[in-house]
Ligand binder design. Structure first.
Ligand code: PMP
Length: 448
């Protein structure tokens, strides 16, 4: 068969329960030949999804997988939730335009109303929303540009281990970067605490360091336009910020006139067991950066901020793709479903039980150095049992072992040694047990 004939054959999605292992192999082979060396998940998860519902993905080879990656934490309701599909079909069937730049539409109006209804009360009463480019990283760029315009300053406070995206500004604020305008501050961690203590005292020292640096006239901190923080560091290895520490960051920024920007791209919409990650601490940021779940599985990103910061001239931050009607409809349905069905509370409760179960697993497995998380954002740090050093190769073997057992997980953390679980908030107790069983089976198998 020629390449085009092969591609045409592969494009035929096999019927439900059907198998097309040959087609899957061809697709994977062509992907490896034609797509950029920068491809990521496609390398560690060599599957060809053809159908999905809730937690389950079906591959072209007929295999089924429990998906605990959920589009990198996007799928609050899992794949193809009926309310999301209904919302998308509603727009398609209505004849509404799909592309509208940033014009007002009933679909957008409904999204904004639902979004504002869910914002922290202290922000909702005085908020502006800006629809930016469709990815999380676009929203981070918009937020950085906004606070720089509003304050007239160019510096930025960000945290070691942070991840904010892959465009230049967002990347410069992320942990691995060396932008001179970005002052890198310690993020509290119990395990591998930068001060060697962990717990409340470690968090207190992290805050004290931040404060003393900001107040030191010779501290070398470029005048900060804002502080950018994740309520739980996700890609950095699942580190929940202690509530008291986050409140200190709010006080420290407030008293110094520095806008606090919460990057809720991954923590938002119930993921951590509260509607927003900042809600645990009762903190009201000046800017919230939102994406992933707010688009109900389609690309959508916004920043929401206090009206006082709205200094932008018309067109100061524009873009062609700011009006994705399908994403707004899917997002409205998702936000409303999470709110009405108490899925944040459900994530807190089920996540708490899964955390306890994972800690039970860790007790028997010397290669599990730490288990941590908040809500349904869970992480298992894999270490060398002899040295305690992060063990990325073993973590990768566990990820592969999970895949072999029909469970999709990804790795994160400074060294790529943290097995991460981001299941949908609709996860049932039985599904949670199945996920934990497969992981519990894969860990000792890989360790041996
Ligand atoms: N911020 C956080 C906290 C994230 O987790 C991510 C993506 N994992 C981003 C920003 C960037 O989002 P995107 O990949 O959509 O650009």
């Amino acid at each position: 068969m020629s390449l085009t004939e092969q591609a045409a054959a592969a494009a035929q999605i096999p019927p439900q329960g059907g198998r097309a292992p040959g087609a899957a192999e061809g697709i994977l082979r062509r992907q490896a030949l034609r797509e950029s060396a920068a491809r990521t998940y496609a390398r560690s998860l060599p599957i060809v999804p053809v159908r999905a519902r809730g937690l389950t993905i079906e591959g072209a080879d007929g295999r089924r997988y429990l998906d605990c990656l959920s589009g990198a934490g996007t799928l609050a309701l899992g794949h193809n939730h009926p309310v999301v599909l209904e919302a998308i079909r509603g727009v398609l069937d209505s004849g509404a335009p799909l592309h509208v730049l940033d014009l007002a539409t009933p679909v957008k109006d409904a999204f904004t109303t639902e979004l504002f209804a869910n914002l922290p009360a202290g922000l909702a009463s005085d908020a502006r929303v800006q629809f930016c480019g469709p990815a999380g990283t676009d929203a981070v760029e918009a937020a950085l540009k906004l606070v720089r315009a509003a304050t007239g300053r160019s510096g930025l406070l960000a945290f070691a281990g942070a991840y904010h995206g892959m465009t230049a500004g967002a990347l410069s604020a992320s942990g691995g970067a060396t932008d001179v305008r970005v002052t890198r501050l310690p993020y509290p961690q119990d395990y591998r605490c930068p001060f060697g203590i962990g717990g409340t005292e470690g968090a207190r020292l992290s805050a004290a360091w931040t404060e003393s640096l900001l107040d030191d006239p010779k501290g070398g901190v470029p005048a900060p336009a804002g502080m950018l923080v994740e309520p739980v560091q996700g890609e950095g290895g699942v580190h929940p910020a202690p509530d008291e520490w986050l409140r200190r960051m709010r006080e420290i920024t407030q008293t110094r006139g520095i806008p606090l920007i919460a990057d809720e791209v991954q923590t938002g919409v119930g993921r951590t067991g509260a509607f927003w990650g900042v809600d645990h601490a009762g903190v009201v940021p000046d800017v919230m950066v939102l994406s992933k779940a707010i688009g109900g599985s389609l690309p959508l990103a916004v920043i929401v901020y206090r009206s006082e910061l709205d200094v932008w001239e018309p067109g100061a931050h524009a873009g062609t793709f700011r009006g994705n009607q399908l994403a707004m409809a899917a997002g409205t349905a998702t936000l409303a479903y999470v709110r009405r069905n108490g899925l944040a509370e459900r994530a807190a409760e089920l996540g708490g039980r899964m955390l306890a179960a994972l800690r039970g697993l860790a007790a028997d497995q010397p290669c599990v150095g730490d288990v941590r998380g908040r809500g349904l954002m869970l992480g298992v740090e894999i270490v060398d049992p002899d040295t305690g050093a992060a063990a990325p190769a073993l973590a990768a073997a566990i990820r592969q072992g999970c895949l072999d057992r029909g469970l999709i997980v990804e790795l994160g953390g400074r060294h790529g040694a943290v097995v991460r679980l981001l299941p949908p908030l609709t996860l049932t107790d039985e599904q949670a047990t199945a996920v934990l069983d497969r992981l519990a089976d894969a860990v000792p198998a890989a360790a041996h």
